[in-house]
Design a protein around this ligand. Structure first.
Ligand code: TYD
Ligand code: MG
Length: 455
């Protein structure tokens, strides 16, 4: 007999408890426990579903044959790149992002251009709405089956019946299994649906693109458990009011992370941007103070980004430090180094830092550009024309080398930069035709190279 039991489940991490708890002891989040019904015992329906036809035995390592599937290329080379070179058959890809950012649009575009049969399951929109979107994108595909359904069991029946070569689920939070009594979107439902979809995907070697929502704080809605189940987590970022979107791979069992690609949302869906650096560089007639260009690297692709700083006299007693797109603690550290090692008095100044275009910089190679932008604003003098900065700054005020320097320099050269300031500890790089390489060992040394007149 199936027995049902009421339990409380943390919607963040999936920890279960027999009573309600204010703060989850596992993940430390507050107010995340929600009551759910759990069906246990014989007759719960689980035992009626048999997934594995053959009983696999443990194998010695040398008898194991490496899986070597041909990757499937999508119509977006940039999407393939962040997946590590195309979609791996049987892989389970989670596409996360805030509502309205373009997840359904991307999934539909991938579907419409897919060479092979696709089952596009939508629990959010009717088939008619999806057709309208496809008309807007201006494409159609007879091999694409649209199925507006939220019941997992029905979806699995159609999957079995149609044998598609790609399955899209939009979104995992709307799908529910009738074997579980909790509401769609709850941890139990999401976990159950994802696990069962995963099993059929692996069994039939069909890739699945799962769309998932993101909570306010930027984590994937509901369960961390989902991140553990899937092979790859691809996350959409971007400001709603800007028309480009950043797609980042946060986890990838079949490729390197992090990788980043930039897409532009236009009248006819998303368009990949092959030269994203051009997007983040602002062409101004006059040289402006407080602006420096950094050469960052997310994954294997260099990206040139403008960093902007504004330094002013503190109006209130305690100076304000504000940073958008860069870690505030690291900014404070750079300011302290600039004060102590660079001899610039910034302790009584308000400092505002902004990374152009809503980008987030994680690469420490941007340190030198950030410090240069701050100094530039402080002394109200622009950097020498055509300068790109690329070095990490240590607590001692020394410039530290960064990885893949040659690739970064070539990217800067491609975009028309004339001078490239880097660490003198950077080995094997002295000359590159068409761009002047300026080596510096410390902050002060670098600033002399960066500004026309020595400060
Ligand atoms: P959508 O893919 O529905 O977002 P999600 O699935 O992540 O919730 O994206 C919807 C937004 O994209 C909506 O604001 C309209 C806009 N959009 C365009 O600007 N151009 C287009 O061609 C399409 C299809 C959508
Ligand atoms: Mg959607």
């Amino acid at each position: 007999m199936a027995k049902s039991k009421n339990i409380f489940v943390c919607q963040e991490c999936g920890t279960e408890s027999s009573k309600w708890i204010g703060r989850c002891p596992a993940c430390g989040q507050w107010n995340t426990y929600v009551e759910e019904v759990k069906i246990t015992g014989k007759g719960s329906g689980r035992e009626t579903i048999s997934y594995s036809k053959s009983k696999e035995k443990p194998l010695p390592f040398n008898k194991v044959i490496a899986e070597n599937y041909q990757r499937i290329n999508s119509s977006f080379s940039e999407f393939d790149r962040i997946l590590g070179g195309g979609i791996v058959p049987g892989s389970f890809i989670l596409l996360g992002g805030e509502p309205g950012i373009g997840k359904s649009t991307l999934a539909l575009q991938l579907t419409l251009d897919f060479k092979g049969k696709v089952l596009y399951v939508s629990g959010e929109e009717s088939a008619g709405q999806i057709k309208m979107r496809a008309d807007r994108i201006g494409k159609t595909n007879d091999n694409c089956l649209i199925y507006s359904e939220t019941n997992l069991e029905d979806i699995l029946i159609q999957f079995e019946h149609e044998s598609p070569e790609l399955l899209v689920i939009d979104s995992i939070q709307t799908i529910y299994s009738q074997l579980i009594e909790s509401a769609p979107g709850s941890v139990s439902q999401v976990r159950e649906c994802a696990t069962r979809l995963l099993r059929v995907a692996k069994e039939k070697v069909v890739p699945v693109i799962l769309i998932g929502h993101i909570t306010k704080d930027g984590s994937l809605a509901g369960p961390k458990v989902l991140e553990h189940i899937v092979d790859a987590v691809i996350q959409f970022e971007g400001e709603q009011n800007l028309n480009y979107r950043i797609i980042r791979s946060l986890k990838n069992r079949f490729g390197a992370v992090p990788e980043l690609a930039i897409f532009e949302m236009g009248q006819a869906g998303l368009k990949q941007i092959l030269n994203p650096s051009e997007l983040f560089l602002h062409e101004s007639e006059n040289l402006l103070s407080g602006v420096a260009v950094a050469c960052t690297m997310d994954g294997i692709k260099p990206l040139l980004i403008e960093t902007q700083a504004l330094v002013g006299t503190a109006v209130y007693g305690t100076p304000q430090r504000s940073s958008t797109g860069f870690d505030l603690r690291r900014l404070n550290m750079l300011l302290a180094v600039l004060e102590k090692k660079g001899g610039f008095n910034v302790s009584n100044k308000d400092v505002f830092l902004n990374i152009a275009g809503g980008m987030k910089i994680q690469d420490t190679a941007a340190d030198l550009a950030i410090v240069s932008a701050i100094v530039s604003s402080r002394i109200d003098q622009p950097l020498s024309a055509g300068t790109c900065c690329c070095a990490e700054i240590s607590l001692t005020g020394e410039l530290r080398p960064v990885h893949r320097i040659e690739q970064r320099i070539l990217e800067a050269k491609k975009l028309g930069f004339k001078h490239f300031v880097l660490s003198s500890y950077q080995k094997n790089i002295d000359k590159i035709k068409g761009i002047e390489i300026k080596k510096a060992s410390s902050i002060n040394d670098a600033l002399k190279n960066i500004f026309q007149k020595a400060n």
